[in-house]
Structures are given as C-alpha cells and as structure tokens.
Ligand binder design. Sequence first.
Ligand code: NAP
Length: 237
Amino acid sequence: MTNNKKNNRFDGTVLVAGATGRTGQWIVRRLQEHGIDWRLFVRSAKKAADLFGLEYADRFATGSIENTVDIESAVSGCSAVISAIGAYVTDPESPPPSVIDRDGMRAFAKIARDNEVKTFIQVSSLAVTKPEHPMNRYQDVLSMKLLGENAIRSVYHEKGFCYTILRPGGLQDGEPFRHFLQFGTGDTLMGVIDRSDVAEAAVVSLWHPKARNMTFELIRSLPQPQSTIEPFFKQLP
Ligand SMILES: NC(=O)c1ccc[n+]([C@@H]2O[C@H](COP(=O)([O-])OP(=O)(O)OC[C@H]3O[C@@H](n4cnc5c(N)ncnc54)[C@H](OP(=O)(O)O)[C@@H]3O)[C@@H](O)[C@H]2O)c1
C-alpha cells in the first residue's frame, strides 16, 4: 500500500476527509501512488482499517464534520485537506445537506484555516449554481453545496492560504487515465467522469499553479489512455 518514492512537488501531509467514501478511497490511493504523506478523517476506524489496513490505524482521526472538536483534532498537524464528504441525500436517516455540505463544510474550512492548514481542496458538484436543477429536489443538495463552497472560498482566499473547488459531473466507478478530460469554469459543462480521475485531479491540485484559488468543472470526453492528467489543467484560465 505504501510507496517509498517521495513527491518533489508537494511534501506536506494531506488529510483526506470522507476517505471511506467511493471518491475518498481513490484519493488515498492516488496520494499513495504520488508518494504523498496522508492522514484520514473518517467516521468509522473499522471501515478505514478494512479498506486501507490496520497497520495505518495511527493515521486515522475518527469523527464527524458535525462536531467541531472532531474536526479540530483531525486537522492538527496537516498542511492540506482534500475533502470528498457529501450528505447521503436519499437516506432519510442521514443528516441533510444543510448539516453536512453547508454547515459542516463551513465549520471544517474555518477550523482548518485557524489551525494553519494552508490548502483546502473540496470535491463539490457540477450545477451547484443552478437552483432549478432536478437534484435540488433532494433537500436542496446543490444549493447547500454552493453555500459550502462559498464558505471555503471566503476563508481560504487570504494571503498565505489557497483553495481548489472541483465540480465533477455524474460520478462513475472506472479506473483512472482512460479518457480525455474536459475542464471548464462558469458551470456550463454537463457530463460524467470517473471518481478515480476526479481523485487524481484533486491530488494534482495540491501543486498545479492553474488550480490555485480556482473553482472548476470537470467531465470526461473521448476514451483515450493517458499517462498523466496534468495537461488538462491548461484548459483553465
Ligand atoms: N454521485 C454523483 O454522481 C456525484 C456527482 C457530482 C458530485 N458528487 C459529490 O462528490 C462527492 C463524492 O461523492 P461519492 O459518491 O464518491 O461519495 P460517497 O461514496 O457517497 O461518500 C460520501 C462520504 O462522505 C462521508 N460523510 C457523510 N457524512 C459525513 C459526516 N457527517 N462526517 C464525516 N464524513 C461524512 C461518508 O462517510 P462514511 O464512509 O462513513 O459513510 C463518505 O465517506 C460528494 O460530495 C458528492 O455529493 C457526487
């Protein structure tokens, strides 16, 4: 699972939030592949151990973004956050997007910034600026995500800090590096993308200058094997 090679473009420790989710798992794998040090913010240490190995248990911070004390202890000592947390909108037992994607992300970004976490990278969604989108029938999830994004932009747009908000299209479960990717701004793209490519884009955003303080949409286009996705960042302004 570990990779002894060291990454020469980012040498801090990255806290992956939502690491036991489907995109989060890929983020951990891509960080390992890039030789970047990681910690996990998860609700279940058992689920994390089953997925990543009990030998990494000392890297797991357990808790919820509903709880500020849990967030505070998770971010401690980390230099960047990559979050792929999202409310379970079809589960009536789960906290709604107003609690997770809006209030939870607000608290997470502020506590991370106050604890000197320099970089905050968030996996959000296409169409968050479209209140009439059908997904908003699910407890206004897209509008809540937009308010969460706004909170990250507002607390991370300060000298010495930076953010990246990735807004993927519909998420699918294929292997990475199988498609051309299309990046855009202004929330006009529509389409799908593999979680694995979103994870890679989130990891590359740690160091890519085009990702700095950038909010962008991403979808996949034609199938074509890729060795890296870094050239796609050139599509950004
Ligand atoms: N589905 C789509 O087509 C689509 C499209 C665009 C964007 N998105 C967004 O992309 C992101 C990743 O999606 P995904 O489908 O890969 O996610 P997912 O598999 O549904 O995982 C969601 C993650 O959020 C975590 N989480 C939920 N509530 C939490 C809380 N209170 N505290 C801490 N963690 C919490 C879950 O923890 P547990 O593992 O403990 O349950 C899980 O790890 C989400 O924000 C999603 O809304 C999805």
